[in-house]
Design a protein around this ligand. Structure first.
Ligand code: ASP
Length: 320
């Protein structure tokens, strides 16, 4: 039994916030990424190849906050994070703060397969991608009008806070930097899969959060926080990264399954609703277990998501 699940980010995605035309575009993009991964699994590809391909498809789509559609940092750059992990070997690779590589998930896989390391960051990670011939892109490739507007909006709000803090603070106090609104303008893409041979894998990729501070790294490339895979489950998270890091969210699902014997669905519910939710950690995660069961859990208003199990129809959903 092979199976695959993908997500395109969780957050305040209310029915009223998407026009029917937008909704169709998101659904079509999710369907395309799901089909890419499903066809590979059906043809005998490994879970690792499948999750990489599905995430690449989402990274290439400007609708999602990863790769091409990555959000802007406070300074107006793009700093992207990605991670990939193979459940059967527990090998993992991740990149953080890359600015040039077209598909950060491919760079993450290079870290896993071509280096002795797990996580490379900033220009060194782009450099690895260049050394291995991955396509690099200029900033214009990652520019989307919608994301640019979102930054302007965040800056306007942030500047007000900045001005306020400067007006009231003593000279010695550092100016308060605007922070990204936790409920606003984030997103991430991810995939988890079980292949015909029983292997599990997870992949996650993101631009992080709009207006994030220079060099901020979220949960996505932190193995165990935003991405995890072992023999029991593969997990890819999306949401306010700082909360997911502090909760070690993805690994916590695996721990609950291992130490408390919870099912995947129960473990995901505990992490998303009992742990992250009450703490203010808005978001969700997708998971798959060794039997090919899938969980799509979120405590936000919506999560772009899709899944398909061998022989069954594809399921695509956005809202609760
Ligand atoms: N988890 C991502 C981050 O904090 C953002 C998201 O998934 O919405 O960088």
């Amino acid at each position: 039994m092979f199976a695959l699940a993908i997500h395109g980010g969780a957050g305040t995605i209310a029915r009223a916030s998407l026009t029917p035309a937008d909704e169709m575009r998101y659904r079509a993009a999710l369907e395309a990424a799901l089909a890419t991964g499903y066809d590979l699994l059906r043809d005998g590809a490994t879970a690792l190849d499948c999750v990489e391909a599905a995430v690449r498809s989402l990274e290439d789509c400007p609708l999602f906050n990863a790769g091409r559609g990555a959000v802007f940092t406070h300074e107006g750059h793009h700093e992207m994070d990605a991670a990939i992990m193979a459940g059967h070997t527990r090998l993992a690779g991740a990149v953080a703060g890359v600015r040039q590589v077209q598909n950060p998930i491919r760079a993450a896989r290079l870290v896993m397969e071509k280096t002795e390391h797990v996580l490379l960051a900033y220009p060194g990670a782009d450099e690895l991608a260049r050394e291995h011939g991955l396509p690099l892109q200029p900033p214009a490739y990652f520019f989307t009008e919608q994301r640019h507007q979102q930054l302007q909006e965040a800056l306007r709000e942030g500047r007000m806070r900045l001005d306020h803090s400067q007006a009231n603070s003593a000279e010695t106090a550092p100016p308060e930097l605007p922070v990204a609104d936790p409920n606003w303008k984030k997103g991430t893409v991810g995939a988890v899969a079980r292949d015909q041979f029983g292997n599990l894998a997870a992949a996650t990729s993101t631009g992080g959060m709009t207006n994030k501070r220079y060099a901020r790294i979220g949960d996505t490339p932190i193995i165990g926080a935003g991405t995890w895979a072992d023999a029991r489950c593969a997990i890819s998270c999306t949401g306010h990264g700082e909360y997911f890091i502090r909760a070690v969210a993805a690994y916590d699902v695996a721990c609950l399954m291992e130490y408390k014997n919870l099912s995947l669905e129960e473990a995901c519910r505990v992490v998303v609703h009992d742990k992250l939710g009450p703490d203010g950690g808005e978001g969700g995660l997708i998971g798959i277990d060794a039997a090919g069961n899938i969980s799509l859990s979120f405590n936000s208003e919506g999560m772009y998501r899709a899944c398909r199990t061998e022989g069954s129809a594809a399921v695509v959903a956005i809202y609760k």
